[in-house]
Ligand binder design. Structure first.
Ligand code: MRU
Length: 345
């Protein structure tokens, strides 16, 4: 099985997701700035994978600071946090991971510089390991909701590639299959970055899971023909009221699902839930390079000078969500209370 992000002899190794499935190439990153650039450039993407990478980038930054003075190390860690935090604004897992690393520094104030550096590497590796375990728990909890022979539509890539391994939405598919249910997948291509075409189709095919690729504008047609039994997607940030941000186009799928009375599920770890925001209007939406829209395979396909918008995410109001599948269980309406309860489990 391919590795998404890995700590290897004081470097961070990542599969380059920009060139999948054409090439399976691994990049070796030797400093935190390279990790920050890899997150920004989408070498690694997907909310949990971004969080794990940021934690590893933080640890990598720490071990590269040449000092025996704790104050110097702490000052550098602030700088490292700032650079990593400035990479992508929507996925809250990035900030969750950086907060966890900084809280760890604070809680271990008595450690020497050398001991702290070592402990930070161990903490980053722990976040990586925990993420895989969390995804497997999400898979188990979500797998129970899937019925035998269902066909599930997913949007973007919330698979192994978007996490440390196993996946959230695709973790639910894997969980259902492991529970003996013969679940099939329809994957939206996910314009403009094509995470569905390039990544979801690739990893499911590699895992021998039955997957059919469709373009984004085919989803409604497939639903109207009775070909979709459920929708399962991941999320980049879930507000405390259950509004969810996910890849652009998710909102459209959720509205269509409601019209066709198809359950629309969201699978995500608790680290994707942002209890500090009251609803989806507070979620920052990343705007990406307009070239992603105007160009196709590196070639301009739109007229030069055309007006373009390229928001990378949209917000689906909680009223469209049938359940939020987490490692602690499935939250259902009313979401504010159900989400709060997840944190006490
Ligand atoms: O821009 P991306 O590829 O980072 O967006 C990824 C998504 O929108 C995923 O659906 C989300 O991060 C959940 S991943 C388990």
């Amino acid at each position: 099985m391919f590795k998404i992000v890995e700590w290897k002899s004081n470097t961070v190794v990542m599969i380059d997701q920009r060139i999948l499935p054409a090439k399976e190439k691994y990049l070796v990153l030797r400093d935190y700035k390279a990790v920050a650039k890899a997150i920004k450039d989408m070498v690694v993407r997907g909310a949990p994978a971004i969080g794990v990478s940021a934690a590893m980038g933080f640890a990598l930054g720490a071990i590269k600071v040449k000092t025996n003075d704790k104050k110097v190390l702490l000052r550098e860690l602030k700088k490292i946090t700032k650079v990593l935090a400035a990479t992508r604004p929507t996925a809250v897992n990035l900030f969750w991971a950086l907060n966890r690393m900084n809280d760890f520094v604070e809680a271990n104030a008595e450690l020497s510089v050398e001991a702290l550096k070592k402990a930070l590497v161990a903490e980053a590796k722990r976040i990586h390991k925990e993420d895989i375990e969390i995804n497997k728990a999400i898979g188990k909890n979500g797998g129970r909701l899937m019925k035998k022979n269902w066909t599930v539509l997913t949007h973007c890539n919330a698979g192994a590639l978007a996490t440390a391994g196993y996946g959230t939405a695709l973790g639910v598919i894997r969980g259902a299959i492991e529970a003996g249910k013969n679940v099939k997948v329809f994957a939206d291509e996910t314009r403009p970055f094509m995470q569905g075409t390039r990544l979801t189709a690739w990893e499911l095919k590699k895992d021998k899971i039955d997957v059919t690729l469709i373009t984004d504008n085919m989803a409604g047609h497939m639903m109207s023909k009775g070909l979709i039994d459920a929708v399962v997607v991941g999320s980049d940030r879930i507000a405390s009221n259950g509004d969810i941000a996910n890849k652009i186009g998710t909102y459209m799928v959720a509205v269509l699902a409601k019209e066709h009375k198809i359950p629309f599920y969201v699978a995500a770890p608790l680290s994707t839930i942002d209890m500090a925001i009251k609803d989806g209007t507070e979620i920052p939406i990343e705007e990406r390079d307009t070239k992603e829209v105007t160009h196709w395979a590196g070639k301009r396909v739109a007229p030069a000078g055309i007006n373009v918008l390229n928001p990378a995410f949209d917000v689906t109001p909680a009223k469209f969500v049938a359940g939020i599948i987490t490692e602690k269980g499935v939250a259902t309406r009313p979401y504010r209370a159900a989400i709060k309860k997840l944190f006490t489990k």
